[in-house]
Every structure is written in C-alpha cells, then in structure tokens.
Design a binder for this molecule. Structure first.
Ligand SMILES: N[C@@H](CCC(=O)N[C@@H](CS)C(=O)NCC(=O)O)C(=O)O
Length: 195
C-alpha cells in the first residue's frame, strides 16, 4: 500500500496531483509541518528524516524528495504512461527535467528571494530565471508538453512553482498556455478539491 504523507498547501501538492493522475490506491496521511507564520509544528509520525513533506512509504520502502518520489512512482506504475521508462526513447530527457528542477530551478528562485541571484557563484552554478525561462520556452514552443506529445510527471513538477508563485511565471504565451493545459487536467482539479 502507498502511504503518502501530505500537508495542505505545500510542496507535497505535486505528488498528490501525480497520485491522482496515476489513479492508483493510496492512503493520504495528513501531516503537520512548521509554517513560516509560526503555526503548525513537526509531526513525530512523519517518516521524513527532516520532518518535511512529501514523504512516501510503499510497503516499507521510504522515498523522500519530490523528484525522487515522482520518478519512483512513474517507474513503479510505468503502465500508466506518466513517465518515460528505462529503455524507452526520451528517458534521458525525462530524467533531465526531474533532476534539473530540484538541482537548478528551485535554487534559482530561492536565490532570488535571498537577493543573491546575481552573485558570480550563483550564476556559475545555477544560471538564473532567464535561463530557466529559455529552456522551458524552447521545449514548450514545440510542445504541447515538456516531453512533446506526452504529458508526464515532469510537467507537474516544472509547472508547480508558477501555481504557487504566479508572478514568477515566464511571460511567454507557450508557458501560459501550458500552465492552463496542466491545471485543466481533471486529476489536478481532483487533487485540489481533495486538499
Ligand atoms: N527538497 C524537498 C523540499 C521539501 C520541503 O521543503 N517541504 C516543505 C513544505 S513546502 C516542508 O515540509 N517544510 C517543513 C519544514 O521545513 O520543517 C522536496 O522537494 O521534497
């Protein structure tokens, strides 16, 4: 059984959406986390080593980190077609999108919030929001999804920062149209309603 540890309005929303896309049975375990406004607190029942969300437990197999959970789920339920399986054409690009998100996209936006995005070390390691935008636009102009004809978990992960922070959305019609297509998906709406 999949046990999914989730907190309302948090990064675990992306995994919640993916689980609805996969249409597999799962147990939703609502978890408290410390919030920036001082509310909430760490839940001792949460198996995440840092007390964060998302966390997944699959028959005792524990996975944390959003990208890793998405890869685990789309590989494990490969028949649902929401990832690119090992051996399939496009596997490299699929892994690249998932790892680029955690390794580059989130750091870029966090560095901006910290007002150190222009630091040469930040530029050398991560580049910046323009480079993020350029890569998304190049893929989405071909579109309709990041992997071309096929919607995958990469679309869920990469569109997610713009759902939480719309002002950060790259101002390009291909990106706006993609986000509208993503959020119009019934599974996205089901996850939001359940949340
Ligand atoms: N890199 C992690 C980040 C997880 C994360 O920071 N989650 C936040 C929710 S938005 C959290 O649980 N915060 C609670 C805390 O910091 O204790 C991932 O993508 O899974």
């Amino acid at each position: 059984m999949l046990k999914f540890h989730h907190a309302h309005q948090s990064r675990s929303g992306r995994v919640h959406w993916l689980l609805h896309e996969l249409d597999v049975p799962f147990e939703l375990i609502r978890t408290d986390i410390p919030r920036r406004d001082g509310s909430g607190g760490r839940d001792p029942q949460n198996p995440h080593p840092d007390g964060k969300v998302p966390a997944l437990d699959h028959d005792g197999e524990r996975v944390t980190e959003t990208g890793a959970i998405m890869l685990y789920l789309t590989d494990r339920f490969a028949d649902r077609g929401l990832g690119i399986a090992p051996g399939e054409p496009g596997r490299g690009a699929y892994l690249t999108w998932l790892f680029w998100y955690g390794g580059v996209v989130e750091p870029v936006y966090v560095l901006e919030v910290l007002e150190v995005a222009a630091h040469p070390a930040a530029q050398a390691t991560f580049r910046d929001r323009d480079a993020v935008a350029a890569r998304l636009i190049a893929a989405l102009e071909a579109g309709p999804w990041l992997m071309g004809a096929r919607f995958t978990a990469a679309d869920i992960l990469l569109c997610s920062p713009y759902l939480y922070f719309p002002d950060a959305t790259p101002d390009h019609p291909a990106v706006h149209d993609w986000i509208a297509r993503c959020t119009a998906r019934p599974a996205c709406q089901r996850a939001q309603e359940a949340d």
